[in-house]
Design a protein around this ligand. Structure first.
Ligand SMILES: [Zn+2]
Ligand SMILES: [Zn+2]
Length: 409
């Protein structure tokens, strides 16, 4: 075929699709148990939304956004993340007027023009949650617990949550000065990216992955030493609650997250074994106001579905499938048998395979079905079916009336 999918945009099928659903269903089930409500957000927004929220100086906005003009020359973007859209929706729909606080989650594709590599795509999928209207740290603790629960439920072992506090605007300002003067002293050791980051967004130098930068910033001042009384107390309480919940965590003063909007708590659930960040999030207490809403403290997280899929084992489909094999000209009867089984709540595959019974049973084995339901002319005459247990090989004739009474294997 001469038309292929666009580079970085991929098909997800077979066992990968099952992993995809396992991640999204597990997250959704937990989000619902925490009583979050779903919001279904558009994929396209005005590019300006991300420039003003994610930040003009971030890699996402500078290099990675899919931006295009519509027919009226308006600058639109495929969303690179979900928080900005959720905040926009929260303000635009005046959700703040409905309740003292609001808990939303969203799911869907995000788009970033990154270099495609293993497990990284230009269209990728996220599930995210946002809490609007709560400043207190028990909300932070609950959100981190939710993240931890999702990873536990997925069977991912050895998860540790790294936390840090970025403080409020004033703390950030004081810290920025101290950090800049420190970075001035080690400027010669930094990578070229970090030298230019120094002017635009010096905090981001702290999470540079280049070894030289890591060792140059190892003794940099810590932002947690610059927190005001309120921010310090917020952070202390968070740690107290995480301990109470039994969540393994450690403080990481270099954890700053890539986006501009974070304040106070930031966190990343990481796997030390794999050296991977699994789920990340934090507080953004000024963002709602900065985008034109009423002052509203807020926090959230987002998980990358493809990222978590990498950690799941391959699994076969584990459904007890009833495989109805019509044998001869019996479709009028066999279709009704399949219908009856489905009404009884069973998963039923009606065989479209042509050929003799032996071929059909071979095909049933290949599909890994649990029961073959053989419907031949003799069964039809007697109002019966033959049910073969594909695991044990056991086979028995059953009256349809018995099936209806629920006497199934
Ligand atoms: Zn503060
Ligand atoms: Zn660097």
């Amino acid at each position: 075929m001469d038309i292929q999918s666009v580079r970085g945009f991929h098909d997800i099928f077979g066992k990968e699709a099952r992993k995809f659903r396992k991640v999204t269903q597990t997250a959704r089930n937990l989000l619902e148990r925490y009583n979050f409500e779903e919001i279904i957000l558009p994929v396209v927004e005005f590019a300006q939304l991300f420039q003003r929220s994610v930040g003009e100086t971030t890699d996402i906005v500078q290099k990675e956004m899919f931006v295009f003009e519509d027919k009226k020359g308006r600058k639109l973007a495929l969303r690179p993340e979900g928080t900005a859209s959720a905040v926009r929706a929260f303000i635009q729909n005046k959700l703040y007027a409905l309740r003292p606080y609001t808990k939303l989650f969203y799911e869907g594709p995000m788009f970033r023009y990154e270099r495609p590599q293993a497990g990284r795509y230009r269209q990728f999928h996220q599930i995210g949650a946002e809490v609007f209207g709560v400043a207190e740290p028990h909300a932070d603790a609950e959100l981190i617990k939710l993240v931890y629960d999702i990873l536990s439920e997925l069977g991912i072992k050895g998860v540790v949550v790294e936390i840090n506090s970025l403080g409020c605007k004033e703390d950030r300002k004081r810290y920025r000065e101290a950090l800049l003067s420190y970075l001035g002293g080690v400027r010669g050791e930094l990578c070229p990216d970090c030298v230019s980051r120094m002017e635009r967004n010096p905090l981001r130098v702290l999470d540079c992955k280049v070894e030289a930068c890591k060792s140059a910033t190892a003794r940099a001042p810590k932002i947690t030493d610059f927190l005001c009384e309120e921010c310090r107390e917020h952070y202390e309480k968070l740690k107290e609650y995480l301990k109470a919940l039994g969540i393994p965590f450690r403080e990481n003063p270099h954890l700053v997250r890539g986006l501009d909007y974070y304040t106070r708590t930031v966190f990343e659930a990481v796997s030390d074994e794999l050296g991977l960040t699994l789920i990340a999030g934090g507080r953004y207490d000024y963002l709602v106001e900065e985008l034109g809403g009423p002052p509203t403290p807020a926090l959230g997280f987002a998980l990358g579905v493809e990222r978590l899929m990498l950690l799941l084992p391959d699994e076969e489909q584990k459904r007890d499938v009833y495989f109805v094999i019509p044998f001869g000209d019996v479709h009028a009867y066999a279709l009704k048998v399949a219908d009856l089984l489905r009404r009884l709540g069973k998963t039923v595959e009606y065989s479209y395979r042509k050929g003799g019974l032996k071929k059909q049973l071979e095909f049933a084995n290949k599909l890994g079905v649990r029961y073959a339901v053989i419907v031949g002319e003799d069964e039809m005459r007697n109002g019966e079916v033959t049910i073969k247990d594909m695991k044990t090989g056991e086979q028995r004739r059953v009256k349809l009336s018995e099936l209806e009474e629920g006497k199934l294997g």
